[in-house]
Design a protein around this ligand. Structure first.
Ligand SMILES: [Cu+2]
Length: 328
């Protein structure tokens, strides 16, 4: 090779490096971030309803994959600017394929995901976006999408650590009245669930207890037991016998007491009674009509002796079950 041909080949060589670098740059610039959704105790009784971490700073062009790690389902939802919040079964309406792009103009939403299912969203445009779960009201987060020329405050390792710290801190909470006791108790009142909402600056996270306060209570025929849901957002049911297809309304044999509590009378262990959703009223907002007082209470009068098992129709899969032993 003489010096002449070498001299010619150098610019070609340089040019191909530049082409290669240009081809690689968008790949390098488009980061793929990871986040998790939900956290739970080993016995599934404590559920952190939370996006973990609760807040991410990324570059325009990046994408984020959310993985739902719990048995309790969640949705990964970005509603369009100003969109009215739809029921989870309705969605956007409809659901988006993974890898959908969100820029605030069109809703991106998943059906309820659980048990390791994941969903990826691309963010092509700078902006601050609100992330919500349509299953759980006080479960929100933020994604800050910055211009690629701006520095990012944190890396993936930071977010992984923050996610596990936030999960641990939520799962260590013990909301008042929610202390779950194993064994038999002689009580006429049962606390249903229990919960605590925490604000992070980027959104809200909730710890919900998916348990009745006592496994088993013992009463006498003719006695009445009162169940009260003390959770601020999570609905529960108290369901004896046949589980209805639609868990939201109370069953036909339920009456309303003067104080608003629902009431059923069971005359034998083969009877059914379903409370419907018992849940606190939603948070009021200035400018909107206030929500009516919530139906948080269910009473059952047990006319005859026997063993009456019951479940929460929403959370029995997480172990939310109880039993009433009625003596003569
Ligand atoms: Cu429940």
């Amino acid at each position: 090779m003489n010096s002449r041909s070498l001299g010619k080949s150098i610019p070609v060589y340089r040019f191909s490096i530049v082409v290669l670098a240009l081809a690689l740059l968008p790949q390098l610039a488009r980061a793929q971030w990871q986040a998790s959704v939900g956290a739970q105790s080993k016995d599934l009784g404590k559920q952190a309803l939370a996006f973990l971490p609760n807040e991410l700073w990324i570059h325009a062009g990046d994408s984020v994959t959310w993985t739902v790690v719990t048995d309790e389902p969640h949705t990964v939802t970005f509603l369009a600017n100003g969109q009215v919040r739809p029921p989870f079964a309705v969605g956007c309406p409809g659901f988006s394929p993974s890898d959908s792009a969100f820029d605030g103009s069109t809703c991106v939403d998943t059906p309820p995901l659980a048990g390791g299912q994941s969903f990826t969203v691309q963010f092509p445009t700078s902006g601050n976006y609100k992330l919500v779960c349509l299953f759980h009201e006080q479960m929100t987060g933020s994604v800050h999408v910055l211009d690629p020329s701006l520095p990012l405050p944190h890396d993936q390792e930071f977010y992984d650590e923050q996610a596990s710290e936030q999960a641990e801190s939520l799962l260590s909470q013990t909301p008042p009245g929610s202390q779950h006791e194993h064994g038999v108790r002689d009580h006429h009142s049962v606390t249903v669930g229990g919960g605590e909402v925490t604000a992070t600056g980027a959104g809200k996270q909730t710890l919900s207890i998916m348990r009745f306060s006592g496994d088993t209570i013992v009463i006498h025929a003719g006695d009445t037991v009162t169940w009260t849901n003390t959770d601020s957002i999570t609905p529960h049911t108290v369901t004896f016998g046949v589980e209805p297809l639609n868990p939201i309304p109370p069953a036909g044999n339920i009456t309303t007491d003067p104080d608003g509590a629902r009431h059923a009378v069971l005359t034998s262990t083969s009877d059914s009674a379903h409370s419907g959703f018992i849940v606190a009223d939603p948070q009021d907002r200035i400018g909107l009509a206030q929500a009516p007082i919530g139906v948080t209470r269910f009473r059952v009068t047990f006319a005859s002796a026997g063993v009456y098992p019951y479940i929460c129709a929403l959370h029995d899969g997480l172990g939310m079950k109880g039993k009433v032993i009625v003596l003569h």
